[in-house]
Design a protein around this ligand. Structure first.
Ligand code: NAD
Ligand code: TYD
Length: 361
């Protein structure tokens, strides 16, 4: 019989959301085997506080490696897999989609297949208790117009970027493993996250650091694209809730009820940085905003209808956007060592590649 002291297998647990999840899970008394390829986005420093903690086992490896995944499952006998590992940045998926196909599609397939083999060999009680939770995104649903209703779990898939298309493919595979093989799969589709440990290629941390350093703040297009922001700790709490109480084979949309236009988000960041790090010589940071060439295929608006998870599982977001944003700015200002450790040569190359050729609008 699988006891609750069994570990869970987390994939991508050195990335932004994965590391927040692992830290919370262990803080709540759990154990984790953490399989992460440690790509540019994976950072063991996120988990520095767990160094030498026997409840956390870091394994540097690839979810596409079937033999490694199979061995980890047989050796550690996890009671659940929480699958975060992915290539996750839309702009990179436009510049070089290959890695997205490999990790998001083939990697998810490999993990599902190894999970199925492992799960088939469990006794009935263990089988009943096992869960495969696939972490996905609202971007699979495509783009909304201003007047459209928010995405619900029954909205048709219409992915527009290579990133979204590969996540959609992985969602379909997860669904198929439930329907075909009975693997106890749960899928969550979440809106944009923000918070500590987010790699500074994504909007919020990029703008915080640029604002702090007096660099230009490159807003794509007209800045009126809307995202529904969720503080990362709220997302992690939702994942734990779905893991514990979610109905097998179901999908749950997770969102923050915090739709904001990009320009408003960047302006709000400028305000908090001005307040916490005033710099008279620089003047108000909002002066650094520059409208630049738009992202190709840029989705106009995302909005999540999270009423199903609220109604069925009693989860609600707790952190107001303005509070979460202030906490996040504060975290980046206080963790300059972490920031320097992620801004390697490869990071600088990406910033040059993505921004140098974007002309001002
Ligand atoms: P991230 O890019 O910060 O982290 C991804 C992690 O996966 C990294 O640690 C990386 O090293 C690891 N990884 C990549 N390829 C791997 C491979 N082949 N094998 C093993 N590990 C590999 O991403 P994130 O923002 O933390 O997102 C985590 C998950 O949540 C993703 O599946 C993403 O699609 C989903 N999601 C993210 C958001 C968001 O706003 N960030 C919103 C909704 C859903
Ligand atoms: P991002 O953080 O890349 O998340 P996603 O594309 O998955 O929603 O971008 C959030 C929004 O911010 C998106 O509409 C694109 C926009 N954006 C900018 O305007 N400038 C930037 O430099 C970046 C990285 C994003």
């Amino acid at each position: 019989m699988m006891k609750c002291c069994c570990p869970i297998l987390v994939t991508g647990g050195a990335g932004f959301i994965g590391s927040n999840f692992v830290l919370q899970w262990i803080g709540l008394g759990g154990r984790v085997v953490n399989l992460d390829l440690l790509t540019y986005a994976g950072n063991p420093a996120n988990l520095a506080t767990l160094e030498n903690d026997p409840r956390h086992r870091m394994v540097a490896g690839d979810i596409c490696d079937a033999e490694l995944v199979g061995t980890l499952l047989r050796e550690h006998r996890p009671r659940a897999i929480v699958h975060f590992a992915a290539e996750s940045h839309v702009d990179r998926s436009i510049a070089a989609p290959d890695a997205f196909i490999r990790t998001n599609v083939h990697g998810t397939f490999t993990l599902l297949e190894q999970a199925r083999i492992y799960w088939s060999g469990l006794d009935e009680a263990e089988k009943g208790a096992f869960r495969f939770l696939h972490v996905s995104t609202d971007e699979v649903y495509g783009s909304l117009a201003a007047e459209d209703a928010a995405f619900s779990e029954t909205t048709a898939y219409a992915p527009n970027s290579p990133y979204a298309a590969t996540k959609a493919a992985s969602d379909h595979l997860a669904r198929a493993y439930f329907h075909t093989y009975g693997l106890p799969v749960l899928t969550t589709n979440c809106s944009n996250n923000y918070g500590p440990f987010q790699f500074p290629e994504k909007l919020i941390p990029l703008m915080i650091l640029n604002a702090l350093e007096g660099k230009r703040l490159p807003v794509y297009g007209d800045g009126a694209n809307v995202r529904d922001w969720l503080y990362v700790e709220d997302h992690c709490a939702a994942i734990r809730t779905v893991l514990e109480k979610g109905r097998l084979g179901e999908t749950y949309n997770i969102g923050g009820n915090s739709e904001r236009a990009n320009l408003d988000v960047v302006t709000a960041i400028c305000g908090v940085v001005d307040e916490l790090r005033p710099n008279a010589a620089m003047g108000p940071r909002s002066k650094l905003i520059q409208f630049v060439q738009d992202r190709p295929g840029h989705d106009r608006r995302y909005a999540i209808d999270a009423s199903k998870i609220g109604r069925e599982l009693a989860w609600q977001p707790k952190v107001r956007f303005e509070d979460g944003l202030r906490q996040t700015v504060t975290w980046y200002l206080e963790h300059t060592d972490w920031v320097e450790s992620v801004r390697t040569g490869a990071y600088r190359d990406w910033i040059r590649q993505n921004y140098d050729e974007r002309t001002s609008q």
